[in-house]
Design a binder for this molecule. Sequence first.
Ligand SMILES: C[S@@+](CC[C@H](N)C(=O)[O-])C[C@H]1O[C@@H](n2cnc3c(N)ncnc32)[C@H](O)[C@@H]1O
Length: 418
Amino acid sequence: MGGAFCEFFAGIGLVREALGASGWSCAYANDLDPKKRELYVGRFGDEGHFHLGDVWGTADVVSRIPGRPALATASFPCVDLSLAGRGRGFEGSHSSSFFGFVRALEALGGRRPPLVLLENVAGFLTSAGGRDFEAAARALAGLGYRLDAFTLDAAMFVPQSRPRVFVVGVDDRGDPPNAPPRSSGGWLVDAWTERMDSADRRIRPRRLVELMRSIDLPTGWLAFDVPAPTGNPPGVDTAIDRDDGQDWWDEAAVAKHRAMMHDRHRERIDAMVAAGETFVGTIYRRKRDGKTRAEVRFDGVAGCLRTPRGGSARQIVIVVEGGRLRMRWMSPREYARLQGAPDFPLTGRAGQDLFGFGDAVCVPVVQWIDRHVLSPASASIERPARAAGARSLPLGRQPDARAATPDDAGGERDEHVA
Ligand SMILES: C[S@@+](CC[C@H](N)C(=O)[O-])C[C@H]1O[C@@H](n2cnc3c(N)ncnc32)[C@H](O)[C@@H]1O
């Protein structure tokens, strides 16, 4: 299906990577990080619509958006909503740039897209005890959007654990099929309630459903039919290069990390080496009880990619093969594969490439949302644009300071919300 869309917090462009495949065309992209832009342009070319600037520059943003786009996406900074952000939530200067996005939507007036998509970490549901999620939902409802929210983990598609929360908004120009609204009759068990009650908890965790039930929006909630994919994603071994040409560590570095393992991890690894078995896995270094541990994942899934700021945020590859134990830093190409963009052009500067992919969305996840939510909703929007009734915009708790740094420090852990 598709149409023109605006990609806010565009980063390296993996939302576009996902949506482009089904006919959506990017009319405007915004991000303030020139290093992310370099990766974006390396992939999509310099078409002139990438606006390198602050989302809070509302007049500038709005003047660059052509016509009336069909969709606006916002995978806004997660650092204040993730464990790394020390719980600042929307009081923090990074994640509160969401309200810069809302302000731009409001300023678009009759050119406001009928569809919006938000993406963020699972901490979005718990930040400020749920009040940040509520503030975001109310801000979008104040612009006339009916909302739905669900979670998807990249591990359903690729060998990377990356649970994420998605919020979809559809204004009254859309009448999406098979997305019943929540009825206002308190006792009635409506189709919305049935869908919430019978949902796969990986898609609609109880915490999220409770939040949605407790937030009474002026526009209301919808319930799209978002299935969980069936079938097993490939194992992490399919994303990892095992040839001798890789930057494998010397014996001392391997021995150091082997020594940093929990006893039971080290025993398991040693047994596989002794038995000549083959094993491909990943390691994160984490502080546990004041000690730095090298934690091995044995489940065939890589840990959540993060933006590398220090050794603890960068993932390590571990391979046991032919009686040998090898380790090295995970490469940018492997990061790209784990985000579902295996052939994405890299800059060749590892730090920049890892930073770009560590912050990005996972391509097949967004494609799944497109197939089951965005494209069906977009197809239901047939009526010509009419000036959206300008409702007052409850911007929630306004940030004291705006995002001033170009980076969105990641560092979130694999956050589960069930
Ligand atoms: C979670 S990342 C989005 C990644 C993107 N979806 C991708 O696939 O690469 C958030 C992005 O927001 C950008 N950002 C942070 N504050 C901003 C602001 N005030 N204005 C515009 N962009 C901002 C960061 O540079 C970062 O690239």
